[in-house]
Design a protein around this ligand. Structure first.
Ligand SMILES: Cc1cc2nc3c(=O)[nH]c(=O)nc-3n(C[C@H](O)[C@H](O)[C@H](O)COP(=O)(O)OP(=O)(O)OC[C@H]3O[C@@H](n4cnc5c(N)ncnc54)[C@H](O)[C@@H]3O)c2cc1C
Length: 379
């Protein structure tokens, strides 16, 4: 049996290790941090949104959509749930199709993985940031204070988003040293910045709203979901989804009452004499009434088309995922490198990013399984 090294003890690395160990492979899991799965523990606002019942290629961005469709078809959301429940626990979808552990604790998912890896006698090396990866017939991996040789390597070291979880983008260089390219990187699922004056007084207000991204008068994305106002912009799951499309110069148009048409709203305002009580939260009402008084639009337009020009995003530090990475076109059908046989990829390091709602962990688990299957074919 071949010796396999997995670089990165996040969602993809741990899942890949479990698949390989269950098949009897000899695996060493190398993680630069002092704990496995730190980012996984923080997912879904600490509740762990592991997949989505609506999973399909339409919810992802990549350089090779057809290959992505083939890859996703090898691990459905139900397969993902079966895999997780195979380690323990119960996973259930909510009304919007987002799947969580019934106990709603992301850290417990990490505990499932750690327990399973222990049970399978995984060789886990913590505090090992692989800095050098070379090939001379076998792979050699080196880190401060250690090195090892292996027959195959899975590079599952994540992207550049949320560097406080150990992912600062430095691992792309390990792939580049074999001739891989990296597509342009940008933060995704991230808060958007706007002029602080335009959101003054709204900080902390969360609404279920319709959200459009408007570019030069044309709508380039629209969705429905949470919008949370911050000091200098907007956050929330609708904004995270919009962040995959919005660029500086676009305008976010917020509909605070997506279930109410303008005629009904006009009638309600006529009855209430312009009061917004029981129409929007009081804090939001105060700001909108002041804006309308100040001649910044009619109440109806402020309620249905509240406009915020996008000044940019809040950067990799605040992003949940990385857009861009190692192109899928540089891998085979099992995510093996087309530049160096024996080198496999899994997770966010690849040029695949999903919308908000569990799609990124589904990708981490799918790609982990595909890479494991590819390795096992060669063992
Ligand atoms: C706050 C937050 C909330 C999120 N919520 C959700 C959610 O609810 N649902 C969802 O689907 N997605 C969510 N995501 C995204 C999701 O967590 C990631 O897409 C997913 O974790 C990627 O898995 P990965 O294994 O590829 O990378 P990671 O989980 O980032 O793991 C990579 C690991 O590799 C290690 N590493 C890096 N370089 C080296 C090296 N050179 N040597 C050794 N180890 C190395 C890192 O320390 C890290 O532990 C969230 C992300 C964040 C930041």
């Amino acid at each position: 049996m071949k010796k396999i090294a997995i670089i990165g003890g996040g969602a993809a690395g741990m899942a890949c290790a479990v698949h390989l160990l269950r098949a009897g492979a000899k695996v060493t899991l190398l993680e630069r941090g002092e704990r496995l799965g730190r980012k996984l523990s923080a997912t879904g606002n600490g509740q762990g949104n592991v997949t989505n019942v609506h999973c399909s290629p339409a919810h992802y961005f990549t350089d090779d959509r057809e290959k992505l469709a083939r890859l996703l078809s090898r691990c459905s959301w139900e397969d993902c749930v079966r895999f997780l429940e195979g380690m323990g626990g119960i996973f259930l979808p909510d009304a919007r199709g987002r799947v969580y552990p019934a106990g709603r604790q992301a850290s417990a998912i990490c505990d499932l993985f750690r327990t399973e890896l222990e049970k399978l006698h995984a060789d886990i090396c913590l505090g090992a940031q692989v800095q050098n990866l070379t090939y001379d017939g076998d792979f050699t991996l080196a880190w401060a204070g250690g090195h090892m040789r292996s027959d195959a390597v899975v590079l599952a070291a994540g992207g550049k988003a949320a560097p406080n979880f150990g992912t600062d983008g430095s691992a792309y260089a390990l792939a580049s040293s074999f001739g891989h390219t990296v597509t342009p990187l940008s933060p995704a699922l991230v808060r958007l910045k706007t002029d602080p004056a335009l959101v003054r007084g709204l900080k902390g207000i969360r609404v279920d709203a319709g959200l459009k991204v408007v570019r030069k008068g044309n709508i380039c994305f629209e969705c429905r979901g949470d919008v949370l106002f911050t000091e200098n912009g907007v956050s929330g799951d609708a904004v995270f989804r919009a962040s995959s499309y919005a660029i500086k110069g676009d305008v976010l148009e917020i509909d605070f009452l997506p279930d109410v048409d303008e005629a009904r709203l006009e009638a309600a305002l006529a009855r209430s004499g312009g009061s917004l009580l029981c129409i929007v939260p009081n804090g939001l009402a105060r700001v909108l009434l002041k804006r309308a008084d100040g001649g910044h639009g009619t109440l109806i337009s402020l309620l249905k088309r509240f406009s915020l020009p996008v000044l940019g995003d809040c950067g990799f530090t605040n992003a949940q995922v990385t857009k861009g990475g190692i192109p899928l076109s540089e891998t085979d059908e099992n995510l093996q490198s087309l530049k160096r046989a024996g080198l496999f990829f899994a997770g966010e390091i690849l040029n695949v990013d999903g919308e908000c709602g569990g799609y990124n962990l589904q990708w981490a688990f799918t790609s982990a399984r595909v890479a494991a299957e590819g390795i096992l074919l060669q063992c």
